[in-house]
Design a binder for this molecule. Structure first.
Ligand code: NAP
Ligand code: ZN
Ligand code: ZN
Length: 351
């Protein structure tokens, strides 16, 4: 077995703390990766707080992983020792169900194996994520980072990037369309960048007056402070597509009213509580309320390659692993510009 050091939550209220555990020896198709950087997703915070009611403790979060390959199994063809490799939100799936066969393994009918807090068929326990020194993953669930991208700033592409890229592609966002992005956090700032790169007219919705100028800098054509009713009213029934990245309960009906006839509001944010929807806002204009989960492995690679070609990365704040609990407090208060990324070199000397 391989020794690993990470930071784990032991229950829903204690701060994350150093934690030692073991990973499997690489099998024929496995890649062993020394983790260089790991992004901090709001999903990590939801999981640690037990928001979704399904966290197994101890929990080592982290699913925006970039690192260096240190060992490969005998059948690995995608990487050599010394290469850079990336891992996102899932590390396996059943590979035979219709969703897997169609290359949509994030919707695996047996449930994709998530990078942490998922059932680990090798250990019989749960998977441990990227707030750690190393990881062992089947090469089929690993990604290549295009040369030239800053590795720390590329790490959040593995979740914040693909989770916004995939629905914008699925709903064919492009020139001539008016597109809204709700919430300027990790996902939201990438939603703005991608929607802009795809040629749409982009409007950012934020609750924070202080983020108005930031939204424009990141690529939005217009910024609406959603608490301001007059600003909201000016955009009634005008959007083709709205991507909602908000992590907490908020007024969905007000957002639905901004869609034109047959427009779509796609939810990617995952608040702990069900969101109340006034169905009159759907029925009257045959509007759609939809959802989307991360993206497939192939689409994640497509997104990374697109970012390589267009020089798109995330705006990040680099932190030491010892700062993770303070980073969580700031994330809870919507105070991040726009993704925390842990420099895993700071793990040296822990535990
Ligand atoms: P984040 O960085 O914390 O950003 C969320 C943003 O939502 C905040 O910056 C804030 O933006 C806005 N917001 C927060 N509380 C709000 C409230 N009460 N009312 C209105 N707006 C509020 O989080 P993230 O990492 O981008 O993740 C966002 C959500 O997506 C989380 O729920 C996460 O679990 C989920 N997620 C889903 C998937 C998927 O596959 N579907 C993948 C990854 C993450 P403003 O300050 O601009 O208002
Ligand atoms: Zn995530
Ligand atoms: Zn499957």
């Amino acid at each position: 077995m391989i020794q690993s050091i990470g930071y784990a939550a032991t229950d829903t209220t204690s701060p994350l703390a150093p934690f030692r555990f073991e990973r499997r020896e690489p099998a024929a198709h496995d890649v062993q990766i020394d983790i260089l950087f790991c992004g901090v997703c709001h999903s990590d915070l939801h999981q640690v707080k037990g928001d979704w009611g399904r966290t197994h403790f101890p929990c080592v979060p982290g699913h925006e992983i970039v690192g260096r390959v240190t060992r490969i199994g005998s059948a690995v063809s995608k990487f050599r020792v010394g290469d850079i490799a990336a891992v996102g939100c899932m590390v396996d799936s059943c590979r035979v169900c219709p969703s897997c066969a169609e290359g949509a393994e994030q919707y695996c009918e047996k449930g994709a194996v998530m990078t942490y807090n998922g059932p680990d068929r090798h250990s019989g326990g749960v998977t441990y994520g990227g707030y750690s020194s190393n990881i062992v993953v089947d090469e089929a669930y690993t990604l290549k980072v295009p040369a030239g991208l800053d590795l720390a700033a590329a790490a959040p592409l593995l979740c914040a990037g693909i989770t916004t890229y995939s629905p914008l592609r699925h709903w064919k966002v492009g020139p001539g369309q008016k597109v809204g992005v709700v919430g300027l956090g990790g996902l939201g700032h990438m939603g703005v960048k991608f929607a802009r790169a795809f040629g749409a007219h982009v409007v950012l919705f934020t609750t924070s007056e202080a983020k108005r100028a930031e939204g424009l800098r990141l690529g939005a054509h217009e910024v609406v402070v959603s608490k301001n009713r007059d600003e909201m009213k000016a955009h009634r029934s005008s959007f083709d597509f709205i991507l909602d990245t908000v992590s907490a309960n908020h007024d969905i009906t007000a957002l639905l009213g901004l869609l034109r006839r047959e427009g779509t509001l796609c939810q990617v944010g995952l608040p702990a509580e069900p969101l109340p929807v006034n169905v009159f806002a759907l029925v009257g204009q045959r509007r759609n309320f939809a959802g989307s989960s991360i993206g497939s492995i192939a689409e994640t690679q497509e997104m990374l390659d697109f970012c390589g070609e267009h020089n798109i990365v995330c705006d990040i704040e680099r932190i030491a692993i010892q700062d993770i609990n303070t980073a969580y407090e700031r994330l809870q208060n919507s105070d991040v510009k726009y993704r925390f990324v842990i420099d895993m070199a700071t793990l040296v000397g822990e535990a």
